[in-house]
Design a protein around this ligand. Sequence first.
Ligand SMILES: NC(=O)c1ccc[n+]([C@@H]2O[C@H](COP(=O)([O-])OP(=O)(O)OC[C@H]3O[C@@H](n4cnc5c(N)ncnc54)[C@H](O)[C@@H]3O)[C@@H](O)[C@H]2O)c1
Ligand SMILES: [Zn+2]
Length: 449
Amino acid sequence: MATALDRHIALIGFMGAGKSMLGLQLADRLDRPFLDLDREIERALKRSIPELFQQEGEAGFRVIEAERTLATLRQSRPAVLALGGGAVETRAIRKALREHALTVLLEVEVDEAWERVARTARPLAQDADEFRALYERRRSSYDEAADLRVHDADDVVLAALGIELGGEPEGDALIADERVLQLHPLELGTTHVAGPKTLASAERLWDELRIGRDGTIVGYGGGSTTDLAGFVAAGYMRGVRWISVPTTLVGQVDAGIGGKTGVDLPSGKNLVGAFHYPDRVLIDPSLLDTLPADEHRNGMAEVVKTGLLAGRALWELPQDEMIRACAAFKAAVCLADPYERRGRREILNLGHTFGHALEAASEYRLAHGEAVALGLTAALRVSGLEIPDVLDVQPVRVDRERAWTALQRDKKARDGRIRLVLLEEVGKPVVREAEPTEVRKALDELIAD
Ligand SMILES: NC(=O)c1ccc[n+]([C@@H]2O[C@H](COP(=O)([O-])OP(=O)(O)OC[C@H]3O[C@@H](n4cnc5c(N)ncnc54)[C@H](O)[C@@H]3O)[C@@H](O)[C@H]2O)c1
Ligand SMILES: [Zn+2]
């Protein structure tokens, strides 16, 4: 199943399933237009659906519906579409869906559907027995058309970026973190040790690989490994497919998702890279059982970041739910801004401007997670918000001037003022320029003498 990065997301299901509500929610999260086909048809023909049924008969309506649905599916700007309940009974529509959309079936029990739509003007919801018969009849068309069945918006968002919880990796070459391979053996095609996230590793891997243009690389390890494996896939033969199998908490909630791949240079981190989305991201939280405590803490800092952005205390959820919710949040932001051209992705830097400055000032002895936790504290303070207990951090000993210089050099600084991701309130990120004195004060509070 292909991702929905540049395809429509089409919601199908029986009347009363809640397609419009879910569609609106998805369109908002993914920054895409929402088109409800029944409403589109009513607008285009300036007649209501009950009128059309009455005047054209059901057969006539289906012809009109097919025309409008096909025209909409062929529009290139990816949208979220809600199809009429009976649309998938038309074969041409099923065919166009396969070509142009990730087709998602929103299920509903027949009794619940009847509760919701009985006594409305819907032409096919006038008689309970006929309604039931229709429900039974349409089942097979839904099954045939659907790429997957969903229950909520997170299910759709995850599927739209190929993210699966559980799921077996398949591919032709495995690029793996050596330690992960010892702890969690995996066999698949040829095996290659990833090594550090550097150009030298990439060059060695390109040299070692013996796969063809149609081969698939599997990246198996933490963020360093998936960043490297994805970059190797982006460059090899001008780009081959890859699958991301993150094995750290950082990887499963953040680094393994979102198409950014790359390597570090001696002069700086992540300076060379490419956007190259994996076809699938396979998340198995049970791999984290062997993760050292400090690596777990690194991941929790990103979880807290995500929770503050999402407006939910995601860090309080049981681990599997927490990972799923964080992965879905990151996936939605990436789908809304796949190649970092629309500004939406910027919010993922919450806390990171301060964090990176502390990391640089410590010459990278400070763990990323600790730096981000401190950075989040500063971002909350500048935002004038309370700091949740989960961010229980102590000031660190680094050189104040070096940290300040590093922060100002950060790519977010323009005309002396400093662009920061802040929070209007928890769950409402804003990007705004802050006064240097205010920023300096917040940074200083993170540093111990
Ligand atoms: N692409 C992105 O969008 C993105 C986002 C955030 C971070 N990153 C990158 O991710 C990297 C950091 O990733 P990371 O924090 O996952 O670190 P990592 O990949 O370096 O792994 C950390 C350590 O954990 C070990 N490890 C991995 N999985 C394990 C397991 N299941 N059990 C026991 N040990 C395990 C590794 O051997 C390693 O020693 C950085 O290079 C950063 O730039 C990328
Ligand atoms: Zn981070």
